[in-house]
Design a protein around this ligand. Structure first.
Ligand code: AMP
Ligand code: MG
Length: 398
């Protein structure tokens, strides 16, 4: 059996960034940026006021109160019509261009107005106060967002401010998903005796979507080679094929055999971990194949550890995950055996960081516990027993 580290390295080595495509800015949220966003202009384009008030010469308001003539009013988007001379001021709004001659903004709250005269009655005024210089936020040619980042709403806003109507992003990896098992019925179906609802396909598709992939659940294959082969054929053209179930050593576990008969080259099968031991990895033509275990918790935990990073690699992301953080244990744990454990844990924010308390039942079929988990406490092979309060590493979920 491979260690988790070795399995991760072998999987990551098999993936590389896909090509790019150009999308409209309003379709770019959550996409992986392929080329840096570079400013096409300076922002702000000229010095502007940061407040509503009066543009003045700082020297004129060094001693208070000071009376100044108001010679113009500058609305947002309009340009000043004249310079501010000695003893003069300009009414100005937030974001309006600062006129020549003025070097300071007096906020409206520190003034009283009488006709075309403003009295500055309060405040300390120095050169540059409440003025945003030209290019204060960014300057033409400056990089706003680096390639290899998933675009957040603030990145979209910055790209728009930098005057880009579209962006070059990495194309979404096509991820085909096949569920296997005679006992499975689609969610919502009338269940025959002995049947269970197939939750993996829909959960894995959701996971792939959150990772930035284009998920396609091809359906449920009965445990017979022909049915499985048909769905494997349907996956042609995918960058990644995920199978769920049929990955162990039972007589109905056909996935590996059928994939091999289709020409898959096996890279490895079985990882020294719990949950998720029977994970399989191989290559079928242009498609990488990750055979996930059937137990719902095992399927999603191994997806978080291996599928997420594989998709991140295809997207050219700088951070491939999973995100591992330190946490304090909320309870004692016994020593570990030769497999690396990922314990589903309730996670709360404590006074000095996260506190993770693994659930008493760690059944790999119990989705309820996974759904309530904020993280997976990592127990490396042969870890000694640990006490509550000690530090552990944890995969952060969600
Ligand atoms: P297998 O590896 O096919 O033996 O599956 C292991 C366990 O996971 C069995 O109890 C299956 O019934 C269950 N299982 C397999 N596929 C799914 C699925 N898509 N959704 C929920 N449970 C599944
Ligand atoms: Mg099965």
């Amino acid at each position: 059996m491979l260690s988790v580290q070795e399995a991760t390295a072998r999987i990551l080595a098999a993936f590389s960034p896909l090509g790019s495509e150009v999308v409209a800015l309003d379709r770019a949220l959550d996409r992986a940026l392929a080329k840096p966003v570079v400013a096409r202009l300076d922002h702000p384009p000229q010095a502007v006021s940061a407040m509503d008030g009066y543009a003045v010469r700082a020297a004129d308001v060094a001693a208070l109160p000071a009376r100044l003539k108001v010679t113009q009013s500058i609305a947002a988007g309009a340009l000043p019509t004249r310079a501010v001379g000695r003893g003069e001021s300009a009414r100005i709004g937030t974001g309006s261009a600062v006129p020549e001659g003025a070097d300071c903004i007096v906020i409206q709250e520190n003034t009283t107005r009488d006709g075309d005269v403003v009295s500055v009655v309060d405040g300390a005024h120095v050169t540059g106060k409440h003025i945003r210089p030209a290019g204060n936020d960014f300057q033409r040619g400056q990089v706003g967002v680096e390639a290899g980042r998933r675009l957040a709403p603030s990145d979209i806003g910055l790209a728009a401010a930098m005057n880009w109507p579209w962006l070059e992003v990495v194309r979404k990896p096509r991820v085909a998903i096949i569920s296997t098992g005679n006992e499975l019925a689609h969610p919502g179906e009338d269940l025959a005796p002995g049947q269970i609802v197939a939750s993996n396909g829909i959960a894995l598709a959701a996971f792939v979507t959150t990772c930035g992939g284009d998920a396609m659940h091809l359906g449920i294959a009965r445990d017979e080679p022909k049915a499985l082969a048909a769905l494997i054929d349907a996956a042609a053209g995918a960058d990644l094929l995920l199978t769920s179930g049929g990955a162990s050593v039972g007589e109905h576990d056909l996935v590996q055999g059928v994939l091999k008969s289709k020409g898959m080259e096996l890279d490895f099968w079985k990882i020294a971990m719990r949950p998720g031991k029977p994970l399989m990895f191989g290559t079928l033509g242009p498609t990488r194949v990750i055979g996930l275990p059937g137990n719902p918790v095992s399927a999603l935990v191994t997806a978080a550890l291996f599928v997420g990073p594989a998709i991140a690699r295809m997207l050219g992301l700088r951070e491939v995950g999973p995100r591992v953080v330190r946490a304090r244990l909320g309870c004692d744990l016994p020593a570990n055996d030769q497999r690396q454990d990922y314990l589903r844990a309730a996670v709360v924010a404590g006074a000095d960081g996260l506190v993770a308390t693994p659930f008493g039942k760690q059944d790999s079929a119990m989705l309820t516990a996974l759904s309530r988990s904020g993280g997976l406490v990592i127990r490396p092979p042969h870890s000694p027993a640990v006490k509550a309060g000690e530090n552990v590493e944890m995969v952060l979920l969600g």
